[in-house]
Design a protein around this ligand. Structure first.
Ligand SMILES: Cc1ncc(COP(=O)(O)O)c(C=O)c1O
Length: 437
């Protein structure tokens, strides 16, 4: 087959799909570039249809913690595919993956598999409303929990990139049930609970947000959310779609010592195939049909291929693997910080010595913001100069480094990123930081 160039393929795609893509940020609009059409992925690399190689820091937006096409994941898929692609009936593979999740995450006593992170959060919200007989949901500005109507309010990720406050098509009456306050702002949370006492069904939060770029929770933020929700009788839903099995063996909740009522998963648990899950305390999960009255279903839920990829992935993620991944990521961050601290990357150094570039990182998730402000919530994230980010991105791409094509996203390091990839990334980053001045 003759390989068509990226631009030609994009022209064709534009005729077929809105904006030429099947998920908005892939269109590269925020960085004014042509999206690369990918021919294949291999370890830490993507190869586009023009044969150009990129070191990949998107990792399919998080799932590919082992890198692309890991041989053990492929072998598991091949073995499973020979036995059929979907049964629409229970299979032992669901038990295998379900057990692994429950063993690693003590707050999850029971769970339900779905096919995406969006389905997981949407279903968890429905369950929280049913369990509490309350309607309001409290979320945080710039956090993204998928595109279900309840959660598309002041959302991050593509919604932030395209500057959409709340999406048209979400009825105002519906959006009114979703309250949103700044991340890390406990006073704002307390005020909401004061104003709406016993009316909030749940607080949903990304424990380490990645969808406004990476932002770290203040030390007492998550524990306080746990206390505030428990005192009011509201549920705490940790959205670990991005952080689950990415930040630690037991997810972000293990790191922060949080015992949520419900947890949402996606990305890593599917090893690159479409999977999500929501789970938590038995008393809530027993409300889900057919055990209870809260309806939620899925034609492809528990799909055998997706389960097999997830099992193979989790089995390679020992505690030691996270130490390796985090140590490797730390090397990259140290190198980036040295570059950021070099005078030429600080065109707008202020008197209090804040550099005009900020590196936020946690484990293998990171974001470089082009601002002099410390980024700790959505409003500070938005002070980032997206024009500078676009120049930074384009220069990286030109030099064979594939970063998330928007400022308000997390970049991901995988276990397949070795020393040589990190060194090459730093060489390119030096040029790109200069290009972004
Ligand atoms: C924290 C979080 N929740 C939910 C979702 C939605 O997951 P999906 O895109 O699989 O529907 C995402 C996707 O990026 C996410 O990062």
């Amino acid at each position: 087959m003759v390989s068509l160039k990226n631009k030609e393929l994009f022209q064709q795609a534009i005729q077929l799909f809105p904006g030429g893509v099947n998920s908005p940020v892939r269109a590269f609009r925020a960085v004014k570039e042509t999206p690369r059409f990918i021919a294949r992925g291999e370890g830490a690399y993507l190869v586009d249809v023009e044969g150009k190689l990129y070191i990949d820091y998107v990792g399919s937006w998080g799932p590919l913690i082992l890198g692309h096409a890991h041989p053990e994941v492929l072998a598991a898929l091949e073995r499973t595919a020979h036995h059929g692609l979907s049964y629409g009936a229970p299979s032992p593979l669901e038990i295998e993956l379900g057990r692994r999740i429950i063993q690693r995450v003590p707050s999850v006593e029971k769970l339900r598999f779905v096919s995406s992170g969006t389905e997981a959060t949407m279903s968890a919200v429905r369950l929280a409303r049913a369990a509490t007989s309350r309607d309001l949901i409290l979320k945080f500005d710039g956090c993204y929990h998928g595109h279900a109507d309840s959660l598309l309010v002041r959302a991050g990720s593509g919604v932030a990139t395209f500057g959409l406050p709340d999406s048209p098509g979400v009825p105002a009456a519906f959006a009114a049930l979703t309250l949103s306050v700044p991340f890390n702002d406990l006073d704002a949370v307390k005020k909401m609970f004061h104003a709406h006492a016993k009316k909030i069904a749940a607080v949903i939060v990304e424990p380490v947000p990645g969808n406004m770029g990476v932002v770290l929770p203040d030390g007492d933020f998550l524990p306080q959310l746990r206390d505030i929700t428990a005192n009011d009788g509201a549920l705490l839903i940790l959205d670990e779609v991005m952080t689950g099995f990415r930040l630690a063996y037991g997810g972000a909740q293990e790191i922060f010592g949080i015992d949520p009522d419900l947890t949402c998963f996606g990305k890593v648990i599917g090893g690159g195939l479409p999977v999500g899950a929501y789970g938590g305390k038995q008393r809530y999960l027993s409300m889900i049909a057919p055990e209870g009255p809260v309806y939620q279903a899925g034609t492809l839920s528990g799909n055998p291929l997706a389960m097999a990829a997830g099992i193979a992935t989790l089995d390679l993620l020992s505690r030691e693997a996270y130490q390796r991944l985090n140590a490797r990521s730390a090397k990259l961050y140290e190198g980036l910080q040295v570059l950021i601290d070099e005078p030429r990357a600080q065109p707008r150094r202020t008197s209090d010595q804040h550099a005009a570039v900020q590196l936020n990182s946690f484990g293998s998730m990171f974001t470089i913001f082009f601002t002099e402000h410390r980024v700790r919530d959505y409003s500070t994230a938005k002070t980032s100069d997206v024009g500078r980010f676009a120049r930074f991105f384009r220069c990286l791409l030109e030099n064979g480094i594939y970063f998330p094509p928007a400022q308000f996203e997390a970049a991901f390091v995988s276990l397949s990123h070795g020393e040589s990839e990190i060194e090459r990334t730093l060489v390119a980053a030096e040029k790109a930081l200069r290009a972004a001045e």
